[in-house]
Write a protein that binds this ligand. Sequence first.
Ligand SMILES: NC(=O)c1ccc[n+]([C@@H]2O[C@H](COP(=O)([O-])OP(=O)(O)OC[C@H]3O[C@@H](n4cnc5c(N)ncnc54)[C@H](OP(=O)(O)O)[C@@H]3O)[C@@H](O)[C@H]2O)c1
Length: 263
Amino acid sequence: MIQVAVCGVGRTGSEVLRALLDSERFHLTAAFCSAGSEKAGRDAGELINRANTGIIIHEITQIDPGLSEVPVDVLIDFSNPTGTKTLLRACKKHRIPAVLCTTGHTEADMLWMTDFVRHNKLGVVYAPNVTLGVNVLLAALRLVARALPSFDYHITETHHSKKYDIPSGTAKKIAAALEEELPAGAEVPIDAVRAGGYVGMHTVLLASDYERLSLTHESFSRRAFVEGALTAAEFIVSRIGWYEMEDVLGMRIAAQHAASAVS
Ligand SMILES: NC(=O)c1ccc[n+]([C@@H]2O[C@H](COP(=O)([O-])OP(=O)(O)OC[C@H]3O[C@@H](n4cnc5c(N)ncnc54)[C@H](OP(=O)(O)O)[C@@H]3O)[C@@H](O)[C@H]2O)c1
């Protein structure tokens, strides 16, 4: 059994709790919420309308003592970027690898995080979109951009009205991947829509004067995020270093092969 701590027990974190409680491969041992949250002190099972588990949700401020009280092989984070430094410092102290799915980190945050992880020989999967489909889309788009460098590219991302970061981390990652492959100086614009209950949709439109092509990925359920996060957890549990979903899914190698196939 892989012992898992969860940071962030909101919409997606609650789905992670459900999956862990149902799993024969993973075992929930700890859960953390924001400081001052009404969820602090509640049982993780009760929070998701299940039987009590005996696992009490603690505030993020208690993550350090919290991680020393129970066995934890890996931490899964779906919380808020303001908590990431606290979380990584606790992971360092307790030598716990992490799957960071929280989005909205600034460039300065990213520099701090990558440096901290490498310097302290931690294991981290950084996954601003953790779904299988999006990561396959990224690899496919690298191939498309190499084959069609003169087309105009445009990204539209659509999410539920409560998503705070605009544009989404996934849209930024798609743009960055395309800009790496397109001729120097190319910039891929991103439109963001915040409406209703969309779980997450990303469309890349590319067009010349004579034709267009569009590729869309849509998550139907938060369970898509959970499946990716558990796959990443299994990957990172025995590793040190900074990884992304391309590494977890072997798509980084596939992208290079794709590149050489068209070059
Ligand atoms: N990588 C992906 O594929 C993916 C997929 C979905 C979501 N996300 C990202 O994951 C994050 C959570 O998404 P969500 O939709 O589940 O949002 P959400 O429903 O708002 O849940 C976030 C939870 O984290 C808690 N929280 C806030 N600050 C915290 C901190 N410093 N430490 C610990 N917990 C904290 C919040 O408050 P309480 O503790 O008071 O409840 C809340 O319940 C967002 O950044 C989102 O963009 C990523």
